[in-house]
Unconditional design. Structure first.
Length: 228
């Protein structure tokens, strides 16, 4: 995430530019000051404070470990860090960073979520029904991504929403619950999402709704982000 994803500086579509330009195959490697552990079959198979974070264009953020600390796990050499290797994410049952269980990828030290109360207006409609029309919103700024407006359920016609089976995960906002709109028997799947139990940095949007402009008519008063 962040450096290599979204509109990050090492992504395929950066929001800004380097001067002079960086080589297309540039790789950034850094040592995170955190303890990384991997659990397989109920035992720790990696336990180190010597891991590296590898930021590479076209690849998710990943760890590299000293070759002597991964035991018999499958591993691939990291050419930019001699003596270090990558271990496939699914080679173990779970990954921990300073005791926090990780899902999908490591958290990025350059990724930030900033939630601010605002009076920016949000109006959302599906078919003939207005789901939201309020300026009592929270704007979420997230590194390398477009800003989004979130709204308290008290400002939403939740009687027109029903929980779907869809879910997703974000290292910075937690597990998302998705909601479908039901208007006069017409169902629009996954029109909204919310985070019922976000980590501390995202607590201002706990339980709040945000809406997908590809699935509903969303008129959101958003700032020029510089990401378009």
């Amino acid at each position: 995430m962040s450096l290599v994803a979204g509109r990050g500086p090492l992504s395929s579509d950066p929001a800004g530019w380097f001067s002079p330009p960086l080589p297309a195959d540039v790789v950034f490697i850094e040592p995170p000051p955190r303890r990384i552990q991997a659990i397989k079959d109920g035992r720790r198979v990696i336990d180190t404070e010597r891991a590296l974070l590898v930021h590479r264009r076209g690849r998710p953020l990943s760890y590299a470990f000293p070759a002597g600390e991964v035991g018999d796990l499958p591993a691939e050499a990291e050419p930019e860090a001699p003596g270090f290797v990558h271990v496939p994410w699914d080679a173990v049952d779970s990954w921990l960073e300073e005791g926090r269980e990780l899902v999908h990828y490591p958290p990025n030290p350059y990724h930030r979520v900033d939630c601010r109360p605002t009076r920016r207006r949000l109006r959302v409609s599906v078919a003939s029904a207005v789901l939201v029309d309020t300026d009592d919103t929270v704007i979420l700024f997230e590194t390398s991504l477009e800003p989004r407006l979130y709204v308290d359920p008290a400002c939403v016609h939740t009687d027109l929403l029903r929980r779907s089976d869809t879910s997703s995960y974000c290292n910075y906002k937690g597990f998302a619950t998705y909601w479908s709109a039901v208007v006069d028997g017409h169902v629009v799947e996954d029109v909204a999402w919310s985070y019922p139990d976000p980590p501390p940095e995202s607590l201002p949007i706990k339980g709040f709704f945000s809406f997908d402009p590809a699935r509903a008519d969303v008129d959101a008063e958003l700032p020029a982000s510089g990401l378009t």
